[in-house]
Design a protein around this ligand. Structure first.
Ligand SMILES: [Cu+2]
Length: 346
């Protein structure tokens, strides 16, 4: 269902072609497995019925006109939006926030809508988006949409593509989502704002759907003024990711920096890297450690084979461990025994 899209001219045709092929395949499967003599009039033959266990509430449902802020189960939040004149409108306000990275450690953070990381912007390919950014920080700023193909005037580089958004002022961005996959957005005003929390995931769901998985988690690494953090927290305050043996766990790694590269390792087996910087890999790579540079994103699929509490951590020990135990860039995946999933009926 995923594919490379190097040239935009052929993209629409390719979608239509793949859509038709997927529909034919689904119809054929339904025909092969159906009971002779039983009417299939009401059977939904969309590809979704072929893989019922792997469908996720990703992307915007048909007819959806608003989205409330929501907990994504990994220590991050989904950004709210409202549809106005066919445009998804987001409101992002950056402001100082005292932020507890772990028990007893309070830092001076900079949050968007009270969240570190900033809320995840999840949109569909082709969506028109409007983002009203209000800067309530003490310095000028601008938001950059990392990985997006958009007009230069909307790129969010202060003093190059736009004036700095002064404290107390707002700036409205508007663009259409062309680049698909896992990306991110961040302050482009020096590294300090980014290091204090002005960054968030930017996920553009392809027209044909996202990478199939049972769970969809994002891990945003940080190494600025907040210390060594994953999703804004240091171990033991980092979120616990839930999964069961045999499930496909999609992990979106985002290296937000602002200074360091991290060596991300998952215990208990290998994972498959299926995309880099939002682009699907023609040949997915099986690894157990991936080097995550600043600005890079990776999409991993990990299928745990044994239950237990498995570490996901930076393998640079000064970022994740001391003689007193684990610290900093460590997240635990709590894997429960396998469950049996029965296929959907009817
Ligand atoms: Cu590290």
């Amino acid at each position: 269902m995923r594919f490379l899209a190097p040239e935009h001219g052929a993209r629409t045709l390719r979608y239509v072609t793949l859509g038709v092929l997927a529909g034919l395949m689904a119809s054929a499967l339904t025909g092969l497995t159906g009971t002779p003599g039983v009417s299939t009039e009401k059977v939904d033959v969309r590809p979704a019925t072929v893989l019922p266990a792997l469908q996720r509430p990703l992307g915007t449902a048909f007819g959806q006109t608003s989205q409330a802020e929501a907990d994504l189960g990994d220590g991050t939040k989904l950004a709210a939006w409202q549809l106005k004149d066919g445009v998804k409108e987001f409101h992002l306000t950056a402001a100082p926030l005292s932020w507890t990275t772990e028990p007893g450690r309070v830092k001076q953070g900079l949050a968007i809508n009270g969240s570190i990381p900033a809320p995840t912007i999840r949109i569909n390919e082709g969506d028109k988006v409007r983002i009203v950014f209000t800067n309530n920080m003490s310095d000028g700023s601008a938001l950059h949409w990392h990985g997006m193909e958009l007009p230069n005037s909307q790129d969010g580089v202060p003093d190059l593509t736009q004036p700095q958004v002064a404290p107390g002022q707002s700036f409205t961005y508007q663009w259409t989502a062309v680049s698909t996959g896992t990306h991110w957005y961040h302050s482009h005003m020096g590294g300090d704002q980014e290091g204090r929390g002005v960054y968030g995931a930017l996920e553009v769901v392809p027209l044909l759907g996202d990478i199939p998985a049972d769970h969809d988690y994002t891990i945003e690494t940080g190494d600025g003024a907040l210390g060594f953090v994953m999703n804004g927290k240091s171990y033991p305050a980092t979120p616990v990711l839930s999964a069961a043996v045999g499930e496909r766990v999609h992990i979106r790694l985002i290296g937000t920096g602002p200074e360091l590269t991290h060596s991300i390792h998952i215990h208990g087996g290998y994972f498959t890297v299926v995309a880099q910087d939002g682009r699907p890999l023609i040949n997915p790579i099986q690894m157990d450690t991936v080097t995550l540079g600043i600005g890079q994103t990776y999409d991993l699929i990990w299928t745990p084979v044994n239950p237990g509490k498995w570490m996901i951590h930076c393998h640079i020990f000064s970022h994740s461990e001391t003689m007193a135990g684990m610290t900093g860039m460590v997240i635990i995946a709590n894997v429960t025994p396998a469950t049996v999933k029965l296929p959907a009926v009817g």
